[in-house]
Design a binder for this molecule. Structure first.
Ligand code: NAP
Length: 297
């Protein structure tokens, strides 16, 4: 397939670009700066403008772009950038895709398990109602931003991604320094559920949904067994052979991270990937202990 990808410079996007290329696909990176190489085309998330030319002929689009949610304290400006780069930018991209003379057959649009809000011990899957709060609202707008593409006959998969684990980026890279020093610990009471997936399994899941014509709509990209933050902390400490006895109280997290603490670090989402499992997807790393041990070996 010829596949266009947004957000290709990011943690997931860099790996996805390499993975799709290695799988034999022809990858066009949609870049926000000027396109300078034959494998790039320009798009502007602020206007939805897509550079004509190479774009007319893509079979699939993987849309990962968005302002980093954990990139700093949520000031009003950052919250605006987080929201604006998801719902509205996705809607503009989808209008542009729908208007192409030759439309792609499929769009994989990133979304996040944060769409569920903070749900305690409730078991959640794709049938569950969305939650409330800033991230849940951002994710709802992000998913509804793809409506123009589905109405134009493009198969849209809204991939609800959990915490992506790989030592080279994302949350795990940020957690490693304190845990390696033996300064790790649970966050708050540690009872919040964490939906996680290894980067390697996410890449395979992305190729799986690209090829499975019967999948459309929300699809959870998380390992089959969510864990509590307490269990996650123990698994990470164990994989690093370090103690993790220093819990970080919720008030300290709120002091350090403001609103982001409750929305990102203390929120609980006990999510299971019902649709991937029903479709026969097999996770290479369904077990957190084994996954962490193998990636941190
Ligand atoms: N990593 C996770 O654990 C996780 C979990 C759930 C959901 N997700 C979602 O999956 C997607 C990819 O995640 P990631 O970890 O790879 O994120 P990332 O490292 O922050 O990369 C996102 C990419 O989006 C583009 N971007 C940044 N700011 C932007 C803005 N204001 N407007 C438009 N594009 C912007 C950039 O790519 P270019 O410079 O190439 O345009 C950036 O490299 C994100 O949408 C993220 O919210 C990630």
């Amino acid at each position: 397939m010829r596949i266009a990808i947004t957000g290709s410079s990011g943690f997931v996007g860099t790996a996805a670009t390499a993975d799709l290329g290695a799988a034999g696909h022809d990858v066009v990176r949609l870049v926000r700066s000027a396109a300078t190489t034959p494998d790039t085309a320009h798009w502007d998330p602020a206007t939805g403008a897509l550079e004509a030319g190479s774009f007319g002929a893509v079979d699939a689009v993987v849309h990962l772009a968005g302002e980093n949610v954990a990139g700093g304290r949520w000031t009003a400006a950052r919250k605006h950038a987080i929201a604006e780069s998801r719902g509205p930018a996705t809607a503009r991209l989808c209008r542009a895709l729908a208007a192409l003379p030759r439309r792609p057959r499929v769009l994989i649009a990133a979304s996040a398990i944060g769409i569920h809000g903070d749900r305690g011990d409730e078991e959640l899957d794709e049938r569950s109602a969305p939650g409330t709060g800033f991230l849940a609202e951002v994710a709802r707008a992000w998913e509804s931003g793809t409506a123009d593409a589905s109405e134009a006959g493009i198969r849209v998969v809204n991939l609800r991604i959990g915490m992506v684990l790989d030592p080279r980026g994302g949350a795990l890279r940020r957690m490693l320094p304190p845990f390696r020093l033996g300064l790790g610990g649970r966050l708050g009471d540690g009872r919040q559920w964490v939906g996680w997936i290894t980067l390697a399994d996410l890449l395979v899941a992305m190729r799986f949904v690209l090829e499975r014509d019967d999948l459309a709509g929300p699809v959870l990209a998380v390992a089959p067994e969510p864990v509590t933050n307490r269990a996650f902390t123990a698994a990470l400490a164990h994989a690093l052979h370090r103690p993790a006895f220093l819990p970080v109280p919720a008030f300290a997290l709120r002091l350090a991270f403001g609103e982001m603490a409750d929305a990102l670090l203390l929120a609980s989402q006990r999510v299971r990937p019902r649709r991937l499992l029903d479709a026969g997807f097999r996770f290479a790393e369904p077990d957190l202990d084994a996954a962490l041990r193998s990636m941190l070996r």
